[in-house]
Design a protein around this ligand. Structure first.
Ligand code: 13P
Length: 250
């Protein structure tokens, strides 16, 4: 049985004082959660978030990283830097980064490899646009993105990678994918992993759904056969709403 993993992606929201307040509020609300709880926060909040979440069941992640260890890359942060302060997870290849910051399947793959090299667990995002969905290309797009993102990893590294299926048309729009469609897409992603790394590995990989997840739809999504939790944007900014999503089966 795979564990449910619920991660918040705060995107470019929350100054440190707000971050600390939100996490303080969240701690008692999720302390008995059976699901793994992760908050992926802006770089500026990482240190504060790690301090407040110390000795709790809330894990902290970043939202991006550079693939090099160090060097002349003004404005960038490396996996080694994240690891050095206690960060455990890092989102890689979010569609907003692919769209606005020229992230490609190649840079995503480099970053996924670098994350493993520095002992971080990547949460790799894949997902189709509305245009691709309407052209009937969803499966092709998401299986190709998955294959390219994981290319060159060992089975063990693949098992230590979280994949987040986030249809772009569902992000921040309030238009959640139906649980049936999301589950089917995630099954396609799992089959691709099975083809490349074997069924055992595919059965162990956590694959989340993201895109307008809220407390009112979390249970329906997360109790399907293949959706192993969620990557939650807007609804992770409010402790009580995010806690309800984490505690979806209570
Ligand atoms: P929303 O939950 O706000 O739709 O965002 C989803 C997302 O992009 C999480 O990474």
């Amino acid at each position: 049985m795979r564990k449910k993993v619920i991660a918040g992606n705060w995107k470019m929201n929350m100054i440190p004082s707000e971050a600390m307040r939100c996490i303080e509020e969240l701690i008692p609300l999720v302390k008995d959660s059976e699901a793994e709880v992760i908050l992926c926060v802006p770089y500026i909040d990482l240190f504060y978030a790690l301090l407040i979440a110390q000795n709790t069941n809330i894990k902290i992640g970043a939202q991006n990283m550079h693939f090099e260890k160090n060097g002349a890359y003004t404005g960038e942060v490396s996996g080694e830097m994240l690891k050095s302060i206690g960060v455990e997870y890092v989102i890689i290849g979010h569609s907003e980064r692919r769209q606005y910051f020229a992230e490609t399947d190649e840079t995503v793959n480099k970053k996924v490899k670098a994350a493993h090299l520095y002992g971080l667990k990547p949460i790799v995002c894949v997902g189709e646009s509305l245009e691709q969905k309407e052209a009937g290309k969803t499966t092709e797009v998401i299986t190709t993105q998955t294959k390219l993102a994981l290319d060159g990893l060992s089975k063990e590294q693949v098992e230590n990678t979280i994949v987040a299926y986030e249809p772009i048309w569902a992000i921040g729009t309030g238009k959640t994918a139906t649980s049936e469609d999301a589950n089917n897409s995630i099954k396609e992603i799992r089959s691709q992993i099975a083809k490349d790394y074997g069924q055992d590995t595919a059965d162990r990989v956590i694959i989340q759904y993201g895109g307008s997840v809220k407390s009112s739809n979390a249970k329906e999504l997360f109790t399907t056969s293949d959706i192993d939790g969620g990557l939650v944007g807007g609804a992770s900014l409010k402790a009580d709403e995010f806690a309800k999503i984490v505690n979806f089966n209570k």
